[in-house]
Design a binder for this molecule. Structure first.
Ligand code: HEM
Length: 475
């Protein structure tokens, strides 16, 4: 713990809303997190409270403050829904599902991370290449030229199937339990307003439905664990590797620990990958020149086929397109920690238990770091090399996303398959509102018109708040 008499507790911020107080400010923040934070950053600079002098909830907006918060795992902890935020029954499966890498801290987190890391080693994840190709191809199989599809929904189904196959080893085309529906429900339910605002465990309530769903999901994952334990040599998925993993002292993960880790692998990767792919496809359709260059790169390297693992490293332009999309429309646009002790940032002193939020979205749009920050310009990555705390779509520090390499491989393979086969055009006049839920996703999807890839690209006029995040010039 560091303390100093020179430090002050009077952090800047807006005045509490008259009569209603700071809770009304909190509601404003919840309604439009990025709008609220953008204003705080403009008015107060690199650090601000939810309201002035607020000691419970602060926001930081500088690479240096990001470093302080994200690099010190002992002082700044991840939070868990199990910690009294929700009235969860003692024996509910959701407790075990929520006890995982995301919510663990200290030595327990370090141990679990150590055990999980080998499953995400480059050579190991490359084993999943063929499965990803097969799922991407079967996803686009049903697309009819001339029809309109919601690309967000399509990407959601595809990434969920990829995660279930690669992380749990379940082939969703053959498995009879509708595991993808069950997972989709359990993941969506958890962050539904009706569940969060009304967590009452009575028959017929959304909260009870969420608990019932997660019971079924828990039972299903336990069944998969039992099958893999019974036939250890038949599997090469991540869960199977976690079952086999041994720490330095020979200890292994218990079934309950495996349940939590299996759940986080699916949920951590699903929404963020869905959003990334949706934003890349939307941005490319709105930037025909860049899309033409991407297709040239694919043509010269792949000739219509899916990339091999060796070819993935040669797709430099596609790499830059994904990086640039992750900068302007970062799925993890905010991230929070809670302090385990008193601490200081800049000239301020804060209490133990303060909620500190970092905001990659604002850092990624900082004119001090990025030239012309609202422009989608993949070529900038040929010359820039921002620090880990200036560019952090996968976070930074000891809790850097463990699935980053898997995700990049998944993006490159699926985008190559989709773009070489189809030309996708956003429906003219579509309203695209990116919202934090908690991943930055399109509020009502992204409708796109499907055509064979004939390179007759057509940029369309779209509407919505997306224009406040990236410059999309007139069609
Ligand atoms: C596709 C497979 C993915 C998997 C399996 C995965 C898995 C994980 C896991 C297990 C963690 C927790 C690490 C820890 O706390 O030690 C994590 C953290 C994180 N992941 Fe991923 N992830 C995936 C994709 C993505 C994508 C596409 C994004 C965003 C573009 C992303 C952004 C993040 C961020 C920002 C964190 C840190 C969260 C925090 O600071 O608390 N992940 N990921």
């Amino acid at each position: 713990m560091t303390t100093s008499v020179a430090k002050t507790r009077t952090v800047p911020g807006p005045k509490p809303i008259p009569v209603l107080g700071w809770r009304a400010n909190f509601l404003q923040f919840m309604q439009s997190p990025l709008g609220y934070l953008g204003k705080l950053n403009q008015q107060y600079g690199t650090i601000a409270g939810l309201v002035e002098n607020h000691q419970s909830m602060i926001f930081v907006f500088s690479p240096e403050y990001n470093r302080i918060v994200l690099s010190d795992q002992e002082l700044f902890h991840n939070m868990s829904l199990n910690n009294g935020f929700f009235p969860i029954p003692e024996t509910a499966a959701i407790r075990d599902l929520n006890t995982n890498l995301f919510t663990m801290n200290g030595e327990v987190h370090k141990k679990h991370r150590r055990l999980a890391m080998p499953a995400f080693h480059k050579n190991i994840i490359e084993r999943h290449r063929d499965e990803i190709v097969a799922i991407a191809e079967s996803t686009i199989e049903g697309w009819q030229p001339g029809s309109i599809i919601d690309i967000y929904q399509q990407m959601s189904q595809m990434t969920l199937r990829i995660a279930i196959q690669s992380f749990l080893g379940v082939d969703t085309t053959k498995y009879l339990h509708n595991i993808d529906d069950m997972l989709a429900h359990s993941l969506n339910d958890l962050f539904k307003k009706s569940v969060l605002m009304f967590p009452v465990n009575l028959p017929g309530t959304p909260y009870r439905r969420m608990l019932d769903n997660t019971e079924r999901l828990g039972a299903l994952i336990r069944e998969l664990i039992a099958q893999k334990r019974a036939n250890p040599h038949d599997h090469h998925d991540v869960l199977a590797m976690l079952i086999e993993a041994r720490d330095e002292d020979g200890s292994a993960l218990t079934d309950t620990e495996l349940l939590g880790q299996a759940h986080i692998l699916i949920s951590a990767g699903h929404e963020s990958s869905t959003s990334t792919l949706t934003w890349v496809l939307l941005l490319l359709s709105q930037h025909p020149d860049i899309l033409a260059d991407v297709l040239d790169e694919m043509d010269s390297l792949l000739h219509g086929a899916a990339p091999t693992t060796e070819q993935l490293g040669q797709m430099k332009l596609l790499d830059n397109v994904i990086k640039e999309s992750l900068r302007v429309l970062s799925p993890s646009s905010v991230g929070s920690r809670v302090s385990a002790d008193e601490f200081e940032i800049g000239p301020y002193h804060f209490n133990k238990g303060t909620l500190v939020t970092v905001c990659p979205h604002i850092i990624h749009h900082s004119a001090e770091i990025y030239d012309d920050p609202y422009t989608f310009r993949p070529s900038r990555w040929e010359t820039i090399n921002p620090s880990p705390y200036e560019y952090l779509p996968f976070s930074a520090g000891p809790r850097l996303c463990i699935g980053q390499s898997f995700a990049m491989m998944e993006f490159k393979i699926t985008l190559s398959i989709i773009l070489q086969r189809y030309r996708l055009t956003v429906v003219p006049g579509a309203v695209i509102d990116p919202v934090v839920k908690p991943i930055l996703s399109p509020k009502t999807g992204v409708p796109m018109i499907v055509a064979h890839q004939d390179r007759r690209f057509r940029k369309t006029d779209i509407r919505g708040t997306i224009h406040s995040m990236v410059t999309l010039t007139e069609a």
